[in-house]
Design a protein around this ligand. Structure first.
Ligand SMILES: [Zn+2]
Length: 358
């Protein structure tokens, strides 16, 4: 291990020397590591040969591009802040929760975060172990130690249901929320992230993440466009639209309310407020909602959503019953016990539940 570490450091220094930078500077920079936002402790002193822990040396030799040596160096760019970055284009995967920074230094501003398994488009690296990446269309830096060449297999995450949780059994998820059936006053859920900043109710979130991951394995790239929306948010959205119709179009309140409710669910009347609905489309063509039906991504979702407890909710030809236009992108979590039967029935949820109640 120690040997490997020495080789890595030597390669880094060699790379640096190649571009004519001072070795002294390299030594100083080697002292700094970037601790991820999460649990891993800072490794600021771990870079000296004596104290380097096994994990650090391992990470350096397996994932940090500095180990590849000077022969791979093509061109170098100065950031203007005293850092030299060597150009290299490759993909790396985050193995931890990692800070994304403006510059290759722990002193630099945190501009974002990458989560375990996230892909990073690397455009270069520094001799000090930082990776320059393209992040949300801008240039940013992450510490190379937390990145791997291969996508890590993430451990299966258990959903922890809090004591006295609103949903006490899988069957509890099988209910109707629509423009006539609002969420009860005491509706309260825990949420979890599914993709980016989008959240769903914890059980629905777990299944949604599994579904997106399974799709990816089949070469299907899905993008979440909307998920949990709070009732407050829905209220603002709804009221803003009602007001503009009253002010701009001279409608009465009742007229405006009716008109708005054709497209937007009233507060508490949306499955998105319940945290049980997700709008998903093709990652590579996410600007076209209506054309989603004709994609292989839709075909995959239609075939597999029920396995994860989701149903296609607003069906073609059922607009009068659901109160919504056909939405090939809107999926509702009802639980794995029911989803297949509902999907196979060809009925919308209002019809299915109505039929099974009588
Ligand atoms: Zn939706």
């Amino acid at each position: 291990m120690r040997l490997k570490y020495k080789r890595a450091a030597a390669a880094a220094l060699a790379a640096l020397t190649l571009s004519g930078c001072a070795g002294r500077q390299a030594e100083e920079k080697l002292q700094s590591g970037d601790a991820p936002a999460g649990t891993v402790p800072a490794v600021t002193s771990a870079w000296s040969e004596e104290t380097a822990p096994e994990s650090v040396t391992e990470a350096l030799t397996t994932s940090a591009p500095v180990t590849k040596g000077p022969e791979a160096v093509t061109t170098a760019t100065e950031t203007g802040d005293g850092y030299t970055v060597y150009d290299r284009s490759e993909v790396r995967y985050s193995i931890d929760t990692v800070n994304v920074r403006e510059l290759p230094s722990t002193e630099s501003k945190v501009v974002g975060q990458l989560n375990p398994g996230d892909e990073a488009a690397v455009t270069g690296y520094t001799s000090t172990g930082w990776l320059r990446i393209s992040y949300n269309g801008a240039t940013a830096y992450v510490f190379g130690q937390y990145f791997s060449e291969i996508k890590p297999e993430l451990p299966e995450q258990e959903v922890v249901i809090p004591e006295g949780y609103y949903f006490s059994s899988p069957a509890d998820y099988f209910f109707i929320v629509n423009k006539q059936n609002f969420l009860p006053e005491d509706y309260a859920i825990e949420t979890d992230f599914v993709q980016g900043s989008y959240e769903l109710e914890i059980v629905a979130a777990k299944h949604c993440k599994d579904m997106i991951a399974a799709a990816e394995k089949d070469g299907i790239e899905l993008k979440v466009l909307s998920a949990y929306r709070t009732v407050d948010y829905q209220k603002k959205l709804f009221e803003r639209n009602v007001n503009s119709r009253m002010e701009d179009d001279g409608m009465t309140y009742d007229e405006a309310y009716y008109d708005v409710s054709i497209n937007i669910a009233p507060p508490g009347g949306s499955e998105h407020n319940a945290g049980l609905a997700v709008d998903i489309i093709d990652k590579n063509h996410w600007d076209t909602y209506t054309a989603f039906e004709d994609t292989k991504e839709f075909e995959w979702l239609y075939a597999h959503c029920a396995e994860y407890g989701f149903i296609l909710r607003y069906l073609k030809g059922k607009e009068d019953i659901t109160g919504y236009i056909y939405e090939p992108w809107h999926y509702r979590y009802v639980g794995t016990e029911y989803a297949s039967a509902v999907m196979a029935s060809g009925l919308c949820l209002e019809e299915y539940i109505g039929q099974n109640e009588t």
